[in-house]
Design a protein around this ligand. Structure first.
Ligand SMILES: Cc1cc2nc3c(=O)[nH]c(=O)nc-3n(C[C@H](O)[C@H](O)[C@H](O)COP(=O)(O)OP(=O)(O)OC[C@H]3O[C@@H](n4cnc5c(N)ncnc54)[C@H](O)[C@@H]3O)c2cc1C
Length: 210
């Protein structure tokens, strides 16, 4: 089973779903892949409806046997991975891309580190790192959605990922699988994140970053 999909790949610029559907009717591609950013998420379902085909959203892995496209996506709240085949043509998927952040070190802030956010921000700024967040902080409007790492946020692959006050729910860790070294700082020595991290620091984020 190959992980690279097609013999002939054509990259097309962003244009209206109507134009992409017309092009697809003309050229009859086996598959159309869309990015899973805001544009892809909006345009892909419209094109799928126009072409009367199926669409698998938010795929994290694609495989092919040369004919069928096997699309993998998180299911069951992120604890399972579903393998999906589309019986209609063209086969369509929006595909998650892992964002290469400019900083090689990313510091992620969770609910347990909210009170240390000013100090963590300074630490990030002074060292040229990038800032990320768990959904808990984004839901509380402490940090913007662009910072959210996880199943319903972005996937990231920094060389070093420092998770501060993050419990390590699967909906968060599923998006840091491609990170290099994961360092966790958590007050609870039994936090799930320690089972995932390469290095762990048991402690209070306010004290450590204070
Ligand atoms: C469908 C679905 C999609 C989701 N998508 C996402 C997603 O994209 N991203 C995401 O992150 N989550 C997502 N979630 C939510 C996820 O399940 C968790 O609820 C969330 O990740 C928890 O965030 P948290 O770890 O910051 O907070 P908590 O679970 O509240 O954990 C806080 C941690 O901080 C520690 N702590 C407390 N005080 C301190 C201190 N002073 N110093 C150090 N540590 C301390 C605690 O021990 C605890 O481990 C999703 C859930 C669902 C159901």
């Amino acid at each position: 089973m190959a992980r690279a999909v097609a013999e002939t790949v054509r990259l097309i610029p962003r244009q209206s779903p109507q134009k992409i559907a017309a092009l697809a009717r003309e050229e009859k591609p086996q598959a159309i892949l869309w990015d899973s950013g805001p544009w892809g998420r909006r345009a892909a379902p419209q094109a799928a409806a126009l072409l009367q085909t199926g669409l698998c959203a938010d795929c994290t892995l694609l495989e092919t046997d040369g004919e069928s496209l096997f699309m993998y996506r998180p299911a069951g709240g992120g604890s399972l991975t579903a393998k999906i085949v589309c019986r209609t043509s063209p086969q369509m998927a929006t595909v998650r891309t892992t964002r290469q952040e400019s900083g090689q070190v990313m510091v992620a802030v969770g609910a347990g580190a909210a009170s240390a956010l000013p100090q963590i921000r300074r630490f990030v700024r002074e060292n040229g790192y990038s800032l990320a967040a768990s959904r808990a902080l984004v839901d509380q409007d402490v940090l913007p959605y662009q910072c959210q790492v996880g199943l319903t946020g972005k996937s990231v692959c920094p060389a070093v990922y420092i998770a501060c006050g993050i419990s390590g729910a699967v909906q968060h860790t599923c998006a840091i699988r491609q990170a290099g070294t994961v360092i966790a700082v958590n007050a609870d020595r039994n936090a799930r994140i320690f089972a995932y991290a390469d290095y762990g620091i048991v402690g209070d984020c306010a004290e450590i970053f204070g």
